[in-house]
Design a protein around this ligand. Sequence first.
Ligand code: SF4
Ligand code: SF4
Length: 543
Amino acid sequence: MADKKLKPEEMANIDYRPPQKDWMDAEVEFRRGSYCYSAPLKNQEMLQLPNPRQWNPQDADWKLPPDWKQIILDGMKDRLDKYRSWRLFLDICVRCGACADKCHYFIGSGDPKNMPVLRAELIRSVYRRYFTAGGKIFGRLAGARPLDEKIIKEWYYYFYQCSECRRCSVFCPYGIDTCEITMLGRELLNLVGCSTEWVVTPASNSFRTGNHLGIPPHAFKQSLEFAQDEVFGITGIKVDVPINKKGAEILFVTPSADYFAQPHWFTLLGYLMLFHEIGLDYTFSTFASEGGNFGLFHSADLAKSLNAKIYEEAKRLKVKWVLGGECGHMWRVLHQYMDTFNGPASFLEQPVSPVTGTKFDNAKSTKMVHICEFTADLIYNGKLKLDPARNDRWKVTFHDSCNPARSMGLFEEPRYIIKNTCNHFYEMPENTIRERTFCCGSGAGLGPDENMEMRLRGGFPRANAVRYVREKHGVNLLACICAIDKASFPPLLEYWVPGVETAGVHELLGNALVMQGEKERETDLRGEPLAGEEENGGKQASV
Ligand code: SF4
Ligand code: SF4
């Protein structure tokens, strides 16, 4: 991280003055701390990506294939024919500027090419030059520019400074989704072999061992058994952890970080406790041991094949439907792409809660239910005994993770769970939550440590809102429902708002859940002394 020594007050001193050079002429400087490393050769080969080679973004020569320009232009043509939305987004921007100051990377860096309108212009200018009459005739006057290697480098730099969060689209009067422009920009880069390590390696691991982290099946099993022991230590109850159980009613899929990283781990403990308490007939899978889908940050083809793994496994295990854990982009794939990728999953049944009988109509086609929908329904129907006082050491705020918020509208369910499991909950300012939420700064494959300065800059607006509730209400915990959030917030908050920790919503549920036959709890799921219990030994959740 180049600017490791930059103090927060120095990092926050952002220069918003426009640069001297015309944006069309500016060249990219690959500054350490603000770009992602290239994919290693062995993983490019594993995924059979085009133009596999060892290369480095800081090299002058990127070893592009000899016909790289034709590959890119053919790739653009294919996609313009295939995706009407893309052509529309490239055609209709009126450069009104409503999106300009809405991107967290622009707010945190002051770099105009991080304004959504200008980010899109990086590719729109090439589109104009080769695919519009005005651009062909008037060239630069019409905002068109010829494709050269500098532009390929610029795309790599700025399409990996977009976390595909879609915040800008909320403010665009035409609904232009710059995220979609970025996604297709990355696809074009991939055609000539320019992809990043932090996207390609997890994706290749998913094909090799079943999950992003490359955890083999036996280690996955051991980890779940270790979680089982931890739950026993805290509650005195031995929960079941079924794996690859054929004929189970439900396949449970969650990000691999949940069973290997912290603070994700405590969310996993919460799931296991919940499933035991309601007697859920479910199974984990070693083949589908990953809910996340880093293919989404690479190309539609890769996202589609990773998504297919979950459904192949659901078919093999003969389950009725799929329950998904706290993840961000898994839900974007499910809600926006699953049906055209691999759906509808007609071989599965429409999900029905075995405890409350609630039919999840929203999952009629995908047959997959979000754990927050499932748990909120249990609480709403009075099926869980909860003691919110056990979370009294926390003053909690909630971060709407971009994908569940903007791609599926999951605003109320996590809040409902938090309000029933915690006594102290405070919202961040209105313009930073729900559909207007700010990204953590590390989504869509931007989370490697070598990109730390950009992550800290991109996370600055979110951290600023956390600081507000920290100073106003003494908030010391940020709850969220995304594995990338859980990984990116600890260093981000430590930098900008020390004293605020990060947790999954189901960790809070696990703390509050009063289980039948449990011993008197002395610690919370983190092993910290329990805050205290209500005198009545827990309260029945109410609407
Ligand atoms: S808000 Fe929409 S129309 Fe306006 S500049 Fe941004 S992308 Fe273009
Ligand atoms: S999708 Fe998010 S990261 Fe990308 S330009 Fe829009 S606001 Fe910025």
